[in-house]
Design a protein around this ligand. Structure first.
Ligand code: ADP
Ligand code: ADP
Length: 226
């Protein structure tokens, strides 16, 4: 079963100007159910562009995107947003938690926005926090948490609405190496327990080696790395 299919993606910025840059030149990807794939790319190779297109935050010039069996091409903004909110979770290098809300509230709010009851949303949030070892810090605001704890909370938020796909851009990139290892393990444990398909961009080859396979983005296309 394929949970995400990217076909022949082409993306050019500043087309027809002297600054024109063709970032994607026919990128293909099949993400199967339950697999974690590492995306390795030198800076500027187009990793963010690819993740944004995969996460329906941007559109390709050419090519198609299929998410959880749904072809996204030609769909309007409303439908794209609905698919994104239902099927895709995002994690970034920086946590992007809402500073005025507690860890628990940061994970509860996206569920309430999706129509989940307050009780069910809180139960899900506490269960997620517990699984990444941050339950004792549930009622603290992000500023009172360590960098590793903030990232763990961000993982919980990304998974709050039970997406099928996780897209992550250097999810432990702002942490020191030792913390990074532990926090990455916590993320992978969640990905496995939830049966998610994950596409995780990282420069760290040790972390990439813990995933099921590796892809390199180079020259605008994706190729397997041994
Ligand atoms: P990465 O995430 O791998 O560093 P990006 O996808 O951010 O790469 O960018 C790939 C290339 O496209 C870079 O050369 C970048 O400068 C350029 N680029 C990205 N976004 C835009 C944009 N909105 N307008 C023009 N150029 C862009
Ligand atoms: P909201 O429910 O807050 O309106 P959206 O539907 O706009 O959220 O976005 C869904 C997900 O996409 C969120 O995880 C959000 O952080 C992320 N997101 C939205 N816009 C961007 C963007 N321009 N770049 C990167 N991520 C974004």
């Amino acid at each position: 079963e394929v949970t995400m299919r990217l076909n022949g993606l082409v993306k050019t910025y500043l087309k027809g100007t002297p600054g024109e840059v063709q970032v994607l030149r026919g990128a293909d990807l099949e993400l199967r159910a339950g697999e974690a794939v590492a995306l390795v790319a030198p800076s500027g190779a187009g990793k963010s562009t690819l993740l944004h297109i995969a996460g329906l935050l941007d559109t390709p010039d050419v090519g198609s995107v299929e998410i959880a069996g749904k072809t996204v091409n030609g769909k309007g903004d409303r439908t794209r947003t609905a698919i994104r909110r239902q099927d895709v979770g995002f994690v970034y290098q920086f946590h992007h938690l809402l500073p005025e809300f507690t860890a628990l509230e940061n994970i509860t709010l996206p569920q309430l926005a999706n129509g989940v009851s307050e009780k069910a949303a809180q139960d899900r949030a506490m269960s997620l926090l517990d699984r990444v070892g941050v339950a004792p810090r549930a009622h603290h605001r992000p500023a009172a948490l360590s960098g590793g704890e903030q990232q763990r909370v961000a993982f919980c938020r990304a998974l709050a609405n039970t997406p099928k796909i996780l897209l992550a851009d250097e999810p432990t990139g702002n942490l020191d190496p030792e913390t990074s290892d532990q926090v990455f393990d916590a993320l992978m444990a969640l990905v496995r327990e939830e049966g998610l398909s994950a596409l995780i961009a990282t420069h760290n080859m040790d972390l990439a080696a813990r995933m099921d396979r590796k892809l390199r983005l180079e020259g605008g296309v994706l190729r397997p790395v041994e």
